[in-house]
Design a protein around this ligand. Structure first.
Ligand code: PEP
Ligand code: MN
Length: 262
């Protein structure tokens, strides 16, 4: 179902009139984690003003350490809803397990399945029964073929609205958090009709590398970006080191507008 051989035209996903895929560049931005109403509203208004179309923010967080901040849970989802009402931006948020699927599905416009869950097959099957588009992130050490097979799990259950996301893979290089596999974009464009976006924040783990890799992503033909933004990155409860301040995000938006019409 994901194979371009049997579906030559690009899939274009329409969310409240905003399009993802087929040459429409979608920008999703916001904090790694929802931390408070003030934090989320400040960031949401800032990214909207710079031209982001979708608001990202995690309420259920897949943290490497069980002692790290795990997210605000349903309280965080309620704040995302408030931010959507205030800005009009549709919400992208992660769903981590089947137990919390229904509640996340109620609030989200796009359901994110994180890198660590790319091969959680029962979760993929549940996502396939949803009416909401799924943002499927590539696993930390997954091949492109494996990513496409995971998309197939979702589509086989009836949900054809899958957005793929390259977010860096684990290699021998340790300078960056992961290694951005930019070639995943043309490879996926050849193999599949599904939209493919890039997450330069998790790919590098370093805010200073987010802008150059965003430009590269758009130039190589990605259908969009998902970027972490925080007004006080030094105080962020997760992923501060890779979060752009709103002013830097505004500069990034200007830079990528020169490469592609957004
Ligand atoms: C995230 O988007 O905050 C996240 C945890 O991403 P990934 O699953 O790519 O690590
Ligand atoms: Mn993050």
């Amino acid at each position: 179902l994901a194979n371009r051989l049997f579906h030559p035209e690009d899939t274009i996903i329409d969310i409240d009139g905003l399009k993802i895929g087929g040459g429409h560049v979608a920008i999703m931005a916001g904090p790694c984690s929802v931390e408070s109403e003030e934090q989320l509203m400040t960031i949401a208004h800032a990214v909207k003003e710079s031209g982001a179309q979708f608001l990202r923010g995690g309420a259920f967080k897949p943290r490497t350490s069980p002692y790290s901040f795990q997210g605000m849970g349903e309280e965080g989802l309620k704040l995302l809803k408030k931010a959507k009402e205030a800005t009009g931006m549709p919400i992208v948020t992660e769903v981590m397990c089947q137990d919390t699927f229904d509640v996340v599905e109620e609030y989200a416009d796009i359901l994110q399945i994180g890198a660590r869950n790319m091969q959680n097959f029962p979760l993929l099957k549940r996502a396939g029964k949803s009416q909401k588009p799924i943002l499927l992130k590539r696993g930390l050490s997954a091949t492109i073929e494996e990513l496409l097979m995971s998309a197939e799990y979702i589509m086989a259950e009836g949900n054809l609205n899958v957005i793929l996301c390259e977010r860096g893979i684990r290699t021998f290089e340790t300078y960056t958090r992961n290694t951005l596999d930019i070639s995943a974009v043309p490879v996926i464009k050849e193999l599949s009709h599904l939209p493919i976006i890039i997450d330069p924040s998790h790919a590098t783990g370093k805010w200073a590398m987010v802008e150059p890799l965003s430009k590269a992503s758009i130039a190589v033909g990605a259908d969009g970006l998902i970027i972490e933004v925080h007004h006080q990155p030094e105080c962020a409860l997760s992923d501060g080191a890779q979060s752009l301040k709103p002013k830097k995000f505004a500069q990034l938006m200007e830079a990528i507008k020169k490469i592609s019409e957004i």
